[in-house]
Design a protein around this ligand. Structure first.
Ligand code: NAP
Length: 287
């Protein structure tokens, strides 16, 4: 058995994180590559974020994934030490603690979403996005970088969709960002991709924000949620014979990109991580 102190510690930081599948994916990768490391769950309330981040070196934590509700708030504690992409997106989902104990913030959500789009052979030009939080920012950045021409954004909080639009508009002059104040305003009739980047659909009692009549033929429906594997939105897409995907592919690829940052020059074992994710999800669904 290796000495406890020689084991590097990683983990997912969020509130809540009980149902995160990231530990299964990363621990399988560590074990497959015989890396002396362990990936844990760190459930930290928003008010305790600053103190938790200050304690990383003492706790011997080498890296983190960051999830709801910390992706945007964490930026203020990283000062100048974050990549320009994370800064441009306005959200961090991966932290690397360097040898001096400094925290460096990255965004691998956008890379994960981009890789999944490639796998799905999607090159959407006209897109509608529900939600304007940390994940939606990464999605919009990825889509605009990949040549989207217009992105309509709806968030329950209009201020957030307007602020997302303002954040990206100047950097992507070839893409028009339009903040709308209702789901109907997304004008799905003319779109080739609908993305749900809101948490609506995670709970069984959640409504489906889209009615059957709103979904045109030919639109691809992507839900960032992967648990449940088929949200009401995806069930609707299926009933209508549309192509659709959940966010499991994005989760896998963002996790692989985080792994590559932490373990450089080692590369994430994608198949091992994918199998571990699928197994953990089946277990989670069974309860
Ligand atoms: P977030 O920062 O809290 O953003 C979610 C946004 O959706 C918030 O602005 C929220 O507004 C808005 N919203 C809530 N209810 C809404 C409604 N009825 N209509 C329109 N907008 C609504 O969360 P996030 O980190 O972006 O995550 C969003 C979802 O993506 C979560 O389900 C998360 O699990 C998933 N996700 C998946 C992956 C993956 O790899 N597959 C990666 C990242 C995130 P309020 O804040 O006002 O409620």
């Amino acid at each position: 058995m290796p000495k406890k102190s020689s084991i590097r510690i990683f983990g997912v930081l969020g509130f809540p994180v009980k149902h995160s599948l990231s530990p299964a994916m990363h621990n399988a990768a560590f074990s497959h590559l015989k890396i002396k490391a362990s990936y844990k769950k760190f459930e930290v309330r928003p008010d305790d974020l600053r103190i938790f981040l200050k304690s990383l070196s003492v706790k011997k934590i080498s890296g983190l994934n960051v999830t709801i509700p910390h992706k945007e708030n964490i930026l203020r504690y990283l000062k100048g030490y974050k990549t320009s992409t994370a800064d441009a997106i306005g959200a961090v989902n991966t932290v690397l603690v360097d040898k001096e104990g400094r925290l460096k913030g990255y965004n691998t959500d956008y890379l994960g979403f981009s890789r999944h789009l490639v796998e799905l052979k999607l090159k959407p030009k006209k897109i509608a996005v529900i939600g304007a939080g940390g994940a939606a920012k990464a999605v919009c950045f990825s889509l605009a970088k990949k040549g989207a021409r217009e992105i309509f954004i709806y968030d329950i909080d209009k201020y957030k969709s307007i602020s997302l639009m303002q954040r990206f508009q100047d950097g992507f002059p070839g893409c028009k960002f339009i903040a709308v104040d209702s789901v109907g305003g997304l004008l799905l009739g003319g779109k080739d991709l609908l993305v749900n980047a809101s948490p609506v659909g995670m709970k069984p009692q959640d409504p489906c924000l889209i009615t059957p009549a709103m979904l045109p033929q030919g639109i691809f429906v992507y839900d960032l949620i992967y648990n449940p594997a088929e949200t009401k939105l995806l069930q609707l897409a299926k009933q209508k014979g549309l192509r659709y995907a959940n966010g499991l592919g994005m989760l896998l690829y963002q996790g692989a990109e985080s792994f590559n940052l932490w373990m450089k020059p080692k590369k994430a074992p994608l198949v091992v991580m994918s199998v571990a994710l699928a197994k953990a999800l089946r277990k989670e669904i069974k309860g």
